[in-house]
Ligand binder design. Structure first.
Ligand SMILES: [Zn+2]
Length: 176
């Protein structure tokens, strides 16, 4: 009887041990894939739709263009930072903004000297233009032209829907 009990106890231990091994492995791989999701912006269309308004989605993810003179940011010249509406990356400062008289918020440079705003050749609509997108999430911002009136000679023509504005005083308390 004692022998049988011992064998049963041993078997029980072995079963427990073999059960634990795969559980640990699964937990580790789930944590890893979660980390990848948080640092890359390979969101699906459905996921983007949950975090953006339909208008923002159309511009940022479908390369749409908002109607000119419709963005409240056109006439905003308060001191602060313009961040990507898709991922929150700081893209432009109020000191880089100027009145482009074109109907869209205009900037003569971007924060980070090209690290945050990516330029892509765009031959759509029968024109040779340069599209600008957020380097982090790939969100469409607008186009860049070389007819800017300031020293840089550049005019970043940006959809107001692609941007959120953070006023200077708010910005200093909300840093990550
Ligand atoms: Zn972004």
């Amino acid at each position: 009887m004692i022998k049988l009990n011992l064998i049963a106890a041993l078997l029980f231990c072995v079963t427990l041990a073999s059960c634990q091994t795969p559980t640990t492995t699964t937990t580790t791989s789930t944590t890893n894939s979660k980390k990848i999701m948080e640092t890359s912006y390979n969101k699906t269309d459905e996921e983007w739709k949950k975090t953006l308004t339909p208008e923002q989605y159309e511009v940022l993810r479908k390369k749409g263009t908002e109607r000119p003179h419709t963005s409240a940011l056109n006439d905003n010249f308060d001191a602060g930072t313009y961040v990507c509406a898709g991922c929150g990356t700081e893209l432009f400062t109020s000191t880089q903004k100027f009145d482009g008289h074109c109907g869209w918020p205009s900037f003569d440079n971007d924060i980070g000297g090209g690290d945050r705003v990516k330029k892509i050749k765009d031959l759509s609509l029968g024109m040779a233009r340069t599209e600008i997108v957020c380097a982090k999430c790939g969100g469409h911002l607008g186009h860049i032209f070389d007819d800017g009136p300031t020293q840089t000679g550049q005019r970043y023509c940006v959809n107001g829907l692609s941007l959120n504005f953070k006023k200077l005083d708010k910005d200093s308390t909300q840093k990550k």
